[in-house]
Design a protein around this ligand. Sequence first.
Ligand SMILES: O=P(O)(O)O[C@H]1O[C@H](CO)[C@@H](O)[C@H]1O
Ligand SMILES: O=c1cc[nH]c(=O)[nH]1
Length: 282
Amino acid sequence: MTTDNSDDASTVHGSEDPQTDEQYHLEVTEGDVAEGVLLPGNPERVAKITDCWDDHDVVADHREYRTATGTYDETPISVTSTGIGAPSSAIAVEELARVGADTLIRVGSCGAIQEETDVGDLIITSGAVRQEGTSKEYVREEYPAVADHAVVAALAAAADELGYDYHVGLTASTDSFYAGQSREGFQGFLARDADDKIEELREAGVLNFEMEASAILTLAQIYGLRAGAVCTVYADRTTGEFQVTGESKAAKTASKAVSLLAEMDDRVDEAGADAWHAMLGL
Ligand SMILES: O=P(O)(O)O[C@H]1O[C@H](CO)[C@@H](O)[C@H]1O
Ligand SMILES: O=c1cc[nH]c(=O)[nH]1
């Protein structure tokens, strides 16, 4: 008996050299992406991000993963959409790391749960509650999802320079937009402890809900990569207001942060760690 495997053969992605092979989900290879990569959830946000760059090319577009590479303020930079949620974001981190990315910044939207945060504000994540399952496949629940301190500082410096209102603090990353974020489901369904859950996070000082940051930060920490997150507030969970607004603020802030980090890295290469600390005001 003969078997026709021609279709299979054309879609095999080799695993002998995972660094340089085309990656199975993202369809990127080494050289396609810069060291600094922005990670929006929504593929449609890729174009909104590249709008503020000097130039760019779309280098891959497969499933939820759209990747573009270009320059911002003369700094090489890439963007890859992750799709919604931790499982697909973890795949993006895995495959981007394999092709040479070392700095990952999520550029997202979120729901804010504190009174002082308004729709359109930016929230820069310093650490994230791991209310998702993916990062638990990698490491025990007690392991912290922390943002890289230089990435947080660069995002805050960028938002300052651009004149945007921002808050720095803790994010809760969930596996569910509805039940996981204490929203009503279909026909008014309310998950067990929904009200208590949002109140507990609020009282513990958590600023916002979104769905990817904790997995990205956890994997980055395990792999020795730098990561952070900046999200625009779409939902104000204290007033009930919801508006899709301010996407370009997070895009510009994260792009500028990548160029500030590259500048810091160059200075460290030239003058040692003291210069880096001086730039951060430490
Ligand atoms: O706007 P993005 O980056 O997709 O982020 C947020 O929006 C989606 C839910 O609507 C989730 O991915 C959440 O994290
Ligand atoms: O409330 C919100 C808004 C955007 N994304 C989320 O995950 N939650």
